[in-house]
Design a protein around this ligand. Sequence first.
Ligand SMILES: [Zn+2]
Length: 296
Amino acid sequence: METLRKILEQAETNGVAIGHFNISDLVTLKAVFEAARDLNVPVIVGASEGERQFMGVRQVSALVKSLREEYDFPIFLNADHTHSLPSAIEAAKAGYDWIVFDVSTLPFEENIRQTKAAVEALKGLRPDILVEGEIGDIGSGSEIHDAAPDLKKGLTNPAEAKQFVEETRVDTLAPAVGNMHGMLKSMVAGDTRKRLDIKLVRAIKAEARIFMTLHGASGTDDDDLRGAIEAGITVVHINTEVRLAWRRGLDSALVKQPDEIVPYKILPHAVDSVKRVVAARLALFSGGRRARPASH
Ligand SMILES: [Zn+2]
């Protein structure tokens, strides 16, 4: 089995991105795993602090590990948006492959200080673990929002990205380039899409020279995603689209079978609904340069 670092290196070489999908239950995990297996592409599942509190920090890890081993398949686990060192250490000890250490709401210098300390502590515990740091503002909460926040003020500055990466020694960086967590109601309705600053992605990549993760990518324009991958994004996070598909799949199953009470007869509809979304995103991310129309 290739290491996660190796998988990221290969993705960068090939000009493609790896999909990262958050899970809250077995339905979402099954959907992500089955979609990735169908397409035969590596995949990362993420569990934020709230998601792992619900499923159990060690239980999520055991589930993902059991799939990786039984099917000899490159599925990896990320402790998404971990806001404290004890919580990061708990995930590292439970066998997570990657930790997003997120203290991005703190002032820049304090973010550097705490992220650097977290990298040292986590690498001391597990030298193979990947640690991601975050700078800039991409909002919080992969939910449906009424109004758009002003993203312009929180965009990542390339020079700061370089300084942050050099001082903290993180393995990967989560920048703010027009992305944001959650989706607006108008995006759910299909009327609007998130747009990314591709030039900024390229500038940050040139300065920081590090693997970059695009958080909050749900609802983003497809061409902007392709452009961002070409400009230096190696991992793309999708959560809200997964949650929306989960909810819609469950709703329709309950409406169609009002008298059904057997969970394993109801929940496959939710699996299928999530799987369609994940498969479409994985196809786009792994298409990379090849998927770009000839006119570009
Ligand atoms: Zn995120």
